[in-house]
Design a protein around this ligand. Structure first.
Ligand SMILES: Nc1nc2c(ncn2[C@@H]2O[C@H](COP(=O)(O)OP(=O)(O)OP(=O)(O)O)[C@@H](O)[C@H]2O)c(=O)[nH]1
Ligand SMILES: [Mg+2]
Length: 205
């Protein structure tokens, strides 16, 4: 009798990403909502926090290691280190606050000055869509995108509500798509379940 083993191989790739944006725009709420399914109405300012999440697609496992940064500009050295280290950035403003949108210019200028010609993929997020109190016009967003989007700084835009769980996973999926072409460094193949699991998958012919 012939035994033919079908081993399920998974390609596992890790991506370090970071969330930036003004205070209280919903960075923590977005990453929590997408990674754990939870949402808190109560506001607790972040100093720096870390979240990890696996996205499974066929035989691929993409691990997102997210650094959730402080909204205030109190920690420039920490921020610079994070911008140098990560492979993708989620940049959040609140659709009901013109001030939080204007802050993006400052953050984008900083990202560009630090990353230089190496560039980095960015997903721009207009959050709190559920509030229906829009202070930021579509033309303003289009203007910012056309000013900063380039081959080295690919940029996509998503409108979300962390509260209503609207479009939240889309943010991280879009960032993955932008990061994919430069994937390899941390890619490795592995077999789930070790020998026992592999034996269970043997087809007897
Ligand atoms: N209505 C509404 N409220 C939201 C939404 N997302 C977040 N919030 C609320 O906005 C407040 C701030 O949310 P956080 O996620 O803590 O904001 P943050 O950007 O992490 O703030 P910092 O950590 O201070 O930078 C909290 O009270 C959240 O409940 C949303 O989509 N809609
Ligand atoms: Mg936070």
């Amino acid at each position: 009798m012939k035994h033919r083993c079908i081993l399920t191989r998974y390609h596992r790739t890790s991506f370090d990403i970071a969330l930036f944006g003004a205070a209280s725009v919903g960075k923590t709420s977005l990453v929590r909502r997408s990674f754990t399914g939870e949402f808190e109405m109560e506001y607790t300012p972040t100093v720096e926090d870390y979240f990890s999440h696996e996205i499974h697609q066929n035989n691929y496992v993409n691990v997102l290691n997210a650094t959730d940064c402080a909204g205030s500009f109190q920690f420039p050295a920490m921020r610079e280190l994070t911008i140098r280290r990560v492979r993708g950035i989620v940049l959040v403003f609140s659709l009901d606050s013109e001030f939080t949108f204007q802050e993006l210019y400052r953050i984008l200028d900083e990202i560009i000055s630090i990353r230089g010609e190496n560039g980095i993929p960015i997903v721009l997020v207009g959050n709190k869509k559920d509030l229906h109190m829009r202070e930021v016009r579509g033309e303003q967003i289009a203007e910012l995108i056309s000013r900063y989007r380039s081959e080295t700084f690919p940029l996509r835009y998503v409108e979300t509500s962390a509260k209503d769980n609207f479009n939240v996973d889309e943010v991280f999926n879009q960032l993955l798509v932008l990061m994919m072409p430069q994937a390899p460094p941390k890619t490795r193949k592995f077999k789930i379940g070790g020998l026992k699991k592999a034996k269970e998958k043997c087809n007897v012919m």
